[in-house]
Design a protein. Structure first.
Length: 220
């Protein structure tokens, strides 16, 4: 049994694609390379497009054994049978989402570079706390910087919580070339967007991103 509330390893985050066929094929490739979890991040989609993608991805992820989360929209996550949702600063109150959704929906949250925010979110019931950007991000070039040592501090904070403990997720500019740095710094999971889905060989990129976890304390 895992000692974490969220899978250790590679956490894929979808690019803003509206082509469902392309996206589903890419998810299959990423899963074949060792992706453990997937977040549907659809900032440019209409509500109808987002819902359609979520409905297509939920059964695929179940088939592949990949934990599936929806970014921003926890109600949509419940509607489509997703495993969880990820909430940012402007996506509503996590404690309210936890109270409404119940204990079984995985709820992760963006902490940026703020350990105090992480403490508050853990108190509210977060299953993982995400920090970033740990490296310069092409997806969010104006994102705040979360220095790598912060991941170790977050790991210590998470370790003070009940077992299974909340996970620490690193995000922002992570690629196969620097993934090991984030893992060594304390990340249980690494969230990767363009470094995974924009790679010329998605399966190979997934394998490379997942490799550092084979030799870390965060065993999948």
């Amino acid at each position: 049994m895992s000692t974490l509330r969220f899978p250790a390893g590679l956490y894929g985050v979808t690019p803003d694609w509206t082509d469902a066929g392309r996206l589903l094929a890419a998810v299959r490739e990423a899963a074949a390379g060792g992706m453990r979890a997937l977040q549907l991040r659809s900032k440019q989609c209409s509500d109808a497009q987002r819902a359609a993608l979520a409905r297509a991805l939920a059964p695929l992820c179940r088939e592949l054994g990949v934990v599936f989360l929806v970014n921003d929209h926890w109600r949509l996550a419940l509607e489509v049978g997703a495993d969880g949702a990820h909430l940012g600063r402007d996506d509503g109150d996590l404690a309210q989402a936890r109270a409404a959704a119940g204990p079984d929906l995985i709820l992760g949250a963006s902490c940026y570079n703020d350990l105090q925010r992480a403490r508050e979110l853990l108190d509210a019931g977060a299953d993982y706390i995400a920090f970033g950007a740990v490296f310069p991000s092409s997806t969010k070039p104006q994102a705040v910087h979360a220095p790598l040592p912060l991941l170790g501090q977050a790991r210590a904070l998470a370790a003070s919580r009940a077992t299974p403990r909340p996970a620490v997720v690193a995000i922002g500019g992570i690629t196969p070339g620097n993934a090991a740095q984030a893992v060594e710094a304390g990340a249980d999971s690494i969230a990767v967007i363009s470094g995974l889905f924009e790679a010329p060989d998605i399966k190979a990129a997934a394998l490379a991103c997942a490799a550092p976890f084979l030799h870390s304390n965060s065993k999948p």
